[in-house]
Design a binder for this molecule. Structure first.
Ligand SMILES: CC1=C(CCC(=O)O)c2cc3nc(cc4[nH]c(cc5[nH]c(cc1n2)c(C)c5CCC(=O)O)c(CCC(=O)O)c4C)C(CCC(=O)O)=C3C
Ligand SMILES: [Fe+2]
Length: 343
């Protein structure tokens, strides 16, 4: 194999109350997020003792990938580095260099295209390598995996399991609500080489999960966790505003499925399990939040499959895709460039 390591690249999160503000400053540096919004989000983290669940979820995924690699004869060490908090990616890349790694693949914990989901992680990799210097290993990102069965199937099973919690008599008045992180409309417009790729991929995943899990139900795709200054337009409707429109349509019960995410991190356990649940209660809607892939064995195996489709002699044959949107290994140069930075 032409590669000598895999590195898991993720968002990062604080694990002590005193790290919450410095973490939020890392996330929002230069991005015009108002101080009121930061204070509000700090409260969400402090509600959980200042501990974001995301780092432990990465440790669990790391352990599962290592076990899966060992069981399937993939002889690659697996590293982990974050965009915003320890272990920071630049420190990890320095350690990889010290260990003699020269050419690694990167698995990023986001399935989609778009600036925050894809390009920014590639910029993180480039700046970590630049910080380490000329002997930093080469690092190539694995493809976006929104359409891989190892991502779609765990989401679909989670929706089925959530639906099973409702009274079957209410099936006809149950709505499936898929959510993903909102982004500025300008970022949505410039996602992918021709624009619109983040929303198009989410529409495709919503369609695939709906078809696999509950084709008899109506479904919607809405947005959550809006940030940024109020005058900047972001994707809408927000999940809470959307829930408020459902009772008048005769809906009694909702399954909320966060297809935008791979694990139950803070945007899920606060924005959905706390805020959206409260909204649903006030509206008198039955509410169950469907799970995320986490360390589902199919999701863990997907990481190995993404490595093998890229590296095996017959790799092309190994590509498993359920969608119809185009996929590629290496993004074109002007993919997901923020409008302000387009040449
Ligand atoms: C598309 C997208 C994903 C999905 C792709 C992926 O998974 O990467 C994602 C994931 C996440 N976002 C997260 C946390 C935060 N995101 C923020 C702010 C922002 N997110 C944005 C977009 C996204 N974010 C954007 C455009 C901003 C505005 C600032 C900027 O332009 O960058 C802020 C600042 C405060 C605020 O919310 O205003 C926080 C704290 C966590 C960690 C949760 C935990 O700790 O468990 C995760 C996984
Ligand atoms: Fe975010």
């Amino acid at each position: 194999m032409a590669y000598d390591a895999l590195v898991l690249v993720s968002f990062g999160g604080p694990e002590r109350p005193e790290d919450v503000l410095p973490f939020l400053q890392n996330v929002t540096r230069g991005r015009g997020v108002p101080p009121e919004r930061l204070a509000e989000v700090a409260e969400h983290y402090l509600h959980f003792g200042g501990v974001s669940p995301i780092n432990q979820q990465c440790r669990d995924l790391l352990a599962a990938i290592r076990a899966d690699f060992a069981a399937n004869g993939v002889d690659l060490p697996v590293y982990w580095g974050n965009r915003n908090w320890d272990p920071m990616l630049a420190d990890t890349v320095a350690r990889m260099r010290d260990d003699g790694i020269t050419r690694a693949l990167a698995f990023v914990t986001s399935a989609y295209g778009g600036y925050s989901s894809c390009r920014q992680y590639q910029e993180d990799i480039a700046s970590a390598r630049a910080a380490v210097g000329p002997d930093a290993p080469l690092i190539e990102k694995l493809r976006q995996f929104w359409d891989h069965p190892g991502f779609i199937e765990p989401h679909a099973d989670a929706v089925r399991a959530a639906l099973a919690q409702f009274d079957p008599a209410k099936r006809d008045s149950t709505r499936l609500v898929f959510t993903a992180h909102s982004v500025p409309m300008s970022a949505a417009a410039s996602a992918g080489p021709h624009g619109g790729r983040y929303t198009a991929q989410l529409e495709e995943v919503a369609r695939l999960v709906h078809a696999a899990a509950a084709p008899d139900l109506a479904y919607d795709l809405v947005w959550q966790s809006r940030s940024g200054p109020p005058q900047v337009p972001w994707l809408e409707p927000d999940v809470n505003d959307h829930l408020a429109t459902l009772p008048e349509q005769g809906v009694t019960s909702v399954v909320v499925s966060p297809i935008g995410f791979v694990s139950d991190h803070l945007e899920v356990v606060w924005d959905l399990d706390t805020e959206a649940l409260e909204t649903a209660k006030q509206l008198g809607l039955d509410f169950v939040r469907a799970g995320t892939p986490g360390v589902d064995p199919r999701f863990v195996a997907m990481v190995r499959e993404l490595v093998l489709e890229r590296t095996a002699p017959d790799g092309e044959r190994l590509r498993r895709r359920l969608g119809e949107l185009p996929a590629w290994d290496t993004c074109p140069a002007l993919c997901c460039v923020p409008p302000a930075r387009r040449p």
